[in-house]
Design a protein around this ligand. Structure first.
Ligand SMILES: *Cc1c(COP(=O)(O)O)cnc(C)c1O
Length: 719
């Protein structure tokens, strides 16, 4: 296939043998690539090969996390050096802070899909530059921005050097957003004006955001941008201010802002996260209501083939249609799970549990004990200590002689995240108390391999983020397909996945400060354990199998597996984002960028005259509409457009819908009062509530058939 999607990500979690990922983002990227391969979609991955990978974790007796950064032995990894036509290693140059930094590229193949990984450990570079790509998410901002230049700028240059011309550029998180500048630079070098180049670039670019909190977005001081891009700005064919404006928020350059400015489509990774993201972007463009901000939602999934235990796979092979693993997104595929004899489901689960206990060095007597797993990055918002708020209550729960419970924790804290590391220390200290001996376990060095064992082998998967900080989360999806039941705050994917029967929801407290919410969520957690989870697990009714529990396992598999998998997810990306953007990109770039040039000229015209757009004399009059017996409300306003055409704007009355959203009534031009001054009118043929009336205002927005959405210009003039 000729159409290609270049998928950029700062980390790829493809296999435990290639430790160039730190957590969910990387694992998602790896699963995305694997699913695209299964579905025969033409993706190309671009990332960074970190010479020392993400750190290996050791947890000392006293709970202190130690970091080891052993150099990876490239001869033992499933990667090969990319060579040029001359057979020599391909070298890419990237300008960083006035230096020319050389890069080589490694390639790893995920089936038919190549993933190219850039690395700066190259002979001609200074020692400092050779270390730039040593580790993930360096906390030194100079290294951080350098890595992002390597990924974004180097990635585009690498694809050019390989003769690969993508139709769609997908930035998975903002780290790679400098790729948009490099592509503008490429056009500029061919003599294309900046504004046209920006439109051409935007037309083929999509951006997936993963971070619901502003603090999670990478930003750099403007002075730092000048230091790193000083000799690069001018190559883009615009002045410094114009380039910085693409990412400027206050006195910093924001990578998420750049990504939004230079993309046609933006999406969040769960329905809830898309809404939260709209709220975040609304702060950047307060004149555009949150509801009108264009952020799609494509909820994350997991690659079932990667995360399913071998036992469960055999069970599904026996009971589901023979091609179940290529039809995972059809609910019907999973329906026969309900008919699998309970003993078989339960025994298969116990096998996975035994395998986990063995492999992770946990005591074998946990096999019959309710085992709760919590494993993920130790970031503070994930609230790993939620279960430890009331130790006496926890003591009673875990040490009930007839119904004991244990917890298995695992996860790394970023080396620069002191508070994250102290969470690990706290858990280790609590685990050392006599009463929690053999009830709380900490498994060190969480990685894909250990994650597999845990999501396959525990009984309950616990997730306790502070709502709405978890954009999606995916580990619970891995658990679900294995028949491991979720117990989670209704955040991220679980907010939409939970149906009341397929697990348990900690209905996250919405009010109060974070300490109050912690206490309230924590007591919900204890209550669910005491009243529902523990009794259901131990209710055997004289059988070896906990029938009620297995029923919930089945419900969890049947309701969640068809939705929260990457085949569904990548198909959605393909149909809703990649294909439309492919068509859009082709249209914009055909015939010497004709449409891109037109759109750029149109936007320049609108922008130059927008100051003149005003709304005056808003009037609303309600009267009884005869015959139908309804109240009719007439809305009228004078709109001054100056030289802007009537057909190039949308005029609406916008008011509150009383539910936190908005309700719009479109107005039409009634007459021209003077040159560029019009009367607009519209009507509502129903009784409108007083709230709408009291909040309604008239808004003018520039529109075009060529915009990907109505607020592409981020302009709106209000009365
Ligand atoms: C799936 C996975 C994650 C992401 O887990 P979340 O629950 O989404 O935070 C992180 N690390 C590893 C190793 C994983 O396999």
């Amino acid at each position: 296939m000729t159409h290609k999607v270049a998928y950029f990500c700062a980390e790829f979690g493809i296999d435990e043998a290639l430790p160039i990922y730190s957590g969910g983002l990387g694992v998602l990227a790896g699963d995305h690539i694997k699913a695209a391969n299964d579905l025969d979609l033409p993706l190309i991955g671009v990332g960074i090969f970190y010479s020392r990978g993400y750190f290996q974790q050791r947890i000392r007796e006293d709970g202190v996390q130690e970091h080891m950064h052993p150099a990876l032995d490239t001869s033992k990894l499933p990667i090969e050096l990319v060579t040029g036509l001359d057979g020599l290693p391909l070298i890419i140059e990237v300008p960083i802070a006035g230096r020319r930094v050389c890069l080589k590229a490694w390639r790893t193949d995920v089936g038919k899909i190549p993933v190219y990984l850039l690395n700066s450990d190259v002979e001609p570079n200074s020692e400092y530059d050779r270390r730039l790509t040593d580790t993930l998410y360096a906390s030194d901002p100079d290294i951080r921005i350098s890595q992002e230049m390597i990924l974004g700028i180097g990635g585009v240059r690498l694809l050019n050097a390989l003769g690969i011309v993508p139709d769609v550029w997908h930035m998975n998180e903002g780290h790679s957003a400098f790729l948009t500048l490099e592509r503008i630079r490429g056009y500029s070098a061919e003599g294309v004006p900046f504004d046209t180049a920006l439109e051409a670039v935007r037309a083929c670019t999509i951006f997936t955001t993963h971070t619901p909190v502003p603090a999670g977005h990478d930003t750099f001081p403007i002075a730092m941008m000048d230091r790193f891009f000083g000799d690069y700005y001018w190559q883009l064919g615009a002045d410094r201010e114009k380039i910085l404006a693409l990412g400027r928020i206050g006195d910093r350059f924001n990578m998420t802002r750049l990504a939004v400015s230079a993309s046609s489509k933006v999406n969040g990774v769960s329905k809830l996260h898309a809404e939260v993201t709209k709220g975040l972007f609304h702060q950047w463009m307060p004149h555009i209501p949150q509801a009108d901000i264009a952020v799609d939602a494509v909820t994350n999934g997991i690659h079932i083939g990667t995360w399913l235990s071998s036992g469960m796979k055999e069970l599904f092979d026996r009971h589901l249609r023979s091609d179940w693993d290529t039809n995972t997104s059809e609910p019907g595929t999973w329906a026969p799970v309900r008919d699998i004899p309970e003993e078989q489901v339960w025994n298969t689960h116990l096998q996975a549990k035994e395998s986990m206990l063995q492999e992770l060095g946990l005591p074998s007597n946990l096999k019959n004990m309710l085992t709760i797993g919590f494993a993920r990055r130790f970031a503070t918002y994930k609230r790993a200590l939620l279960a430890f708020q009331d130790l006496d209550r926890l003591d009673k729960i875990v040490n009930d002689p007839h119904q004991p419970v244990c917890f298995v924790f695992s996860g790394k804290a970023h080396p620069a995240d002191g508070p994250g590391q102290s969470l690990i220390r706290s858990i280790v200290e609590i685990a050392k108390q006599e009463r929690f001996r053999n009830r709380i376990f900490v498994v060190e060095n969480y990685d894909i391999g250990r994650a597999k064992k845990l999501v396959q082998g525990v009984d309950v998967w616990l997730n306790t983020p502070e709502k709405p900080m978890e954009a999606s989360g995916t580990s619970g999806q891995k658990a679900a397909v294995n028949g491991v039941i979720n117990l989670s705050v209704r955040d991220g994917w679980w907010d939409e996945g939970y149906n009341g029967r397929n697990g348990w929801a900690i209905d996250g407290a919405q009010s109060g400060d974070s300490e109050e919410r912690f206490r309230s969520d924590s007591s919900t957690l204890y209550r669910l354990l005491e009243k529902e989870i523990v009794p259901l697990f131990y209710r055997r009714d004289d059988r070896a199998v906990p029938a009620g529990w297995v029923g919930r396992m089945k419900e969890s598999i049947c309701s969640l597996a068809p939705v929260y998998n990457t085949h569904r997810m990548v198909s959605e990306y393909w149909n809703r984002l990649y294909v439309p953007i492919m068509e859009r990109g082709q249209r914009f770039t055909a015939a010497g960028l004709e449409i891109a040039g037109k759109v750029a000229a149109y936007k320049a015209f609108i922008r130059n005259h927008w100051q003149q757009v005003t709304v005056q004399d808003l009037q609303m009059s309600s009267f009884q509409a005869t015959k139908i017996g309804l109240t009719k409300t007439l809305i009228q306003a004078k709109v001054h457009l100056g030289p802007i055409w009537v057909k190039d704007v949308c005029v609406e009355a916008v008011g509150s819908d009383g539910k936190g959203g908005i309700r719009k009534v479109e107005l039409a031009k009634k007459k021209e009062l003077d040159k560029g001054l019009y009367v607009y009118e519209g009507e509502l043929l129903e009784s409108i509530d007083a709230l709408w009336k009291s909040t309604a205002n008239v808004r003018v927005t520039p529109i075009s058939r060529d915009f990907s959405h109505d607020f592409e210009m981020e302009l709106a003039a209000w009365g």
